[in-house]
Design a binder for this molecule. Sequence first.
Ligand code: SAM
Ligand code: SF4
Length: 431
Amino acid sequence: MNEYDSNRIFDLTKKIKYEATKNFKDADCYILNTCHIREKATEKVYHDIGRLKKEFRNKSKPIVLIVGCVAQAEGDVLLKKEKYIDAVIGPQSYHQINDTILRLEKKIKSINITEFDVIEKFDSLNSLKNRDNKISSFLTIQEGCDKFCKFCVVPYTRGAEYSRSMKELILEANQLVSNGAKEIILLGQNVNAYNFKGNKLSDLILEISKIDNLKRIRYTTSHPKDFTEDLIEAHKNCEKLMPLIHLPVQSGSDKILKAMNRKHTIKEYLEIIKKLINAKPEIKFSSDFIIGYPGETKNDFNNTIKLINKIGFINSFSFIFSARPGTPAYDLIKVDSELAKSRLIEFQCISENVKTNYRKKLIKKIVKVLFENKMKSGSRYFGRDEHFNSVIVESNKDLTGEIKDIKILRGNQNTLYGELVSTIDQTNCAA
Ligand code: SAM
Ligand code: SF4
């Protein structure tokens, strides 16, 4: 989501004649977009400011804005502690970035803008064409969260759940496709909670799938509680909807899920998985896990291990519990940090094994790859298969934007290498 936000910030600042530079050493204005989900975020800000101060020691100081969730959560402290920062702007106040820069050009200092103006933000962004021109482009459809998992900062930094209107999303999706996008990844902190005047995520997917030149649709991140029958049906009916679902479970123990306030049990989670596989057998899953949540016993941890083996997640993202100030889990008694670390290592060994076994089975298989770009070296092209695996092939012909059948020859944990086997293009979805 921060990548989408950063692109929109670039679109915005163009209006006041600022352009993105690839080299921060040239910048007149430095905007640091931050994430607050786990600790060390604030230290990263101070670290980056240190780097800037050093770089600009003998030059005129750039305007420095800290935006995003760290600005929302710790804006006042940042402004007080680090005089080099000119303004902090929360994620629902991006529409005020241009005015802020213009004021700062006139040397008005230390601005804190952290109101929750989400409607105003999207109203003002809607008037600007989305200029992102990637083959695979992000589109934020929903922001914020009302779930209040006990460990999570999102409800406090991004605010309450808000869904953008179908009309503005279809317009923006069309803009992205006319810029060259072949794939759109719909984004939301709880993307499947999307609901605009009764229109749900499945309705939006079916509408967007009608855009002719759009070949693929994905969405992330889903919450198990909001995985409704209509969304499962959409997987059955829409070929453009890709068969990889990121469905964070966090823990394999019902006791821990309850303590986290996740609002579902493992049995319910497994039922969703079963229904999705029944609807479309090629669907695969990835997930997020928090290891060492307060109260996690060896038995709870073993249940998490059992779950990854049972489902065979093709990607698992695991994090040690990070106590976030302001969340209900902050003051809970922690699992010993060495024990949590050793559990994380054990978890990652097992989840990597599950992944290796899955990837071994892909060797000699033919997968459909959407190519996103030519790589810097040689005549190699980078793309992703339907399950979002990174694939690289050699080709003398430009493959950018095309979907090709690729035979997988070899691979490692991050990348698969293959060869072109046919020129057959993917069938379009009749929504
Ligand atoms: N909304 C999604 C859901 O509920 O599944 C997750 C969104 S959250 C931005 C992304 C991931 O960060 C979570 O799934 C969780 O695994 C991890 N996370 C969030 N807060 C955390 C914390 N305090 N400590 C460790 N990991 C955390
Ligand atoms: Fe955070 Fe996701 Fe829970 Fe919302 S549902 S509070 S975003 S982890």
